[in-house]
Ligand binder design. Structure first.
Ligand code: URA
Length: 218
């Protein structure tokens, strides 16, 4: 059965739930062997705003929820400054299983390989196909590369609106884990910029609601 065929009358919640159940069985790359949980996504399936991070870390792998570690705490703080909670949005990642390497006697996070990103792409694409969000906020370069364009440069392209095949409006901002590695004024500046980008995304949702919907690729 094609779950996403036109005319599927089920709600986004039902369709996303079914997709998540299938993703939990995924064996498309080697991360299936090392993961504890598939971290599919969390939030409101009807939300017009989707935030996309890079991939789960240790805490996310342990709980099955995205952004529950230190980066998640910072992200939630920044969202709250714009009156946004996880009930208002949907959050997922480019890859849905933790990418890690055994180093210095323990498992450490590592960036996903291109093969892992490619293997996980159908889950991201189907998530967005179901949700049809008006606005996507990418957190970090891997997300911007997947959603906006392959050669995205965060330093020069952060905070700029793009049209994407996945949403009418897409923008990228600093990943909270990057902000947490900064100190002093650099930390404060980057944190302020993330809050401002979230504010822009919130305003874009309001603007998108007023405009007639364009046909999407899907
Ligand atoms: N970093 C991410 O990119 N995603 C998570 O879910 C957690 C940390």
């Amino acid at each position: 059965m094609d779950l996403f065929a036109e005319g599927d009358s089920r709600s986004k919640t039902e369709r996303l739930g079914e997709l998540e159940a299938r993703a939990k069985e995924c064996q498309a790359c080697g991360l299936a062997k090392t993961r504890n949980r598939v971290v599919f996504g969390v939030g409101n399936p009807e939300a017009p705003l989707v935030l996309i991070g890079e991939g789960p870390g240790q805490n996310e792998d342990a709980t099955g929820m995205p952004f529950v570690g230190k980066s998640g705490v910072l992200l939630d703080e920044c969202l709250r400054e714009q009156g946004i909670t996880r009930k208002h949005i949907y959050i997922c990642n480019v890859i849905r299983c933790r990418a890690c390497v055994y180093q210095s006697g323990r498992l450490q996070n590592r960036p996903p390989t291109q093969e892992e990103v490619k293997a996980c792409q159908p889950w991201l694409e189907q998530t967005l196909q179901i949700m049809q969000p008006a606005v996507i906020l990418c957190l970090g370069s891997p997300s911007a590369n997947a959603i906006i364009h392959r050669n995205f440069r965060m330093t020069s392209e952060r905070g700029i609106w793009y049209e994407s095949k996945y949403a009418r409006f897409a923008m990228a901002s600093w990943h909270p884990a990057y902000i947490l590695r900064l100190e002093g004024e650099a930390y404060e500046t980057a944190r302020r910029e993330l809050v401002r980008d979230i504010e822009e995304a919130r305003k874009k949702v309001i603007q998108a609601k007023k405009e007639p919907q364009k046909t999407t690729l899907f």
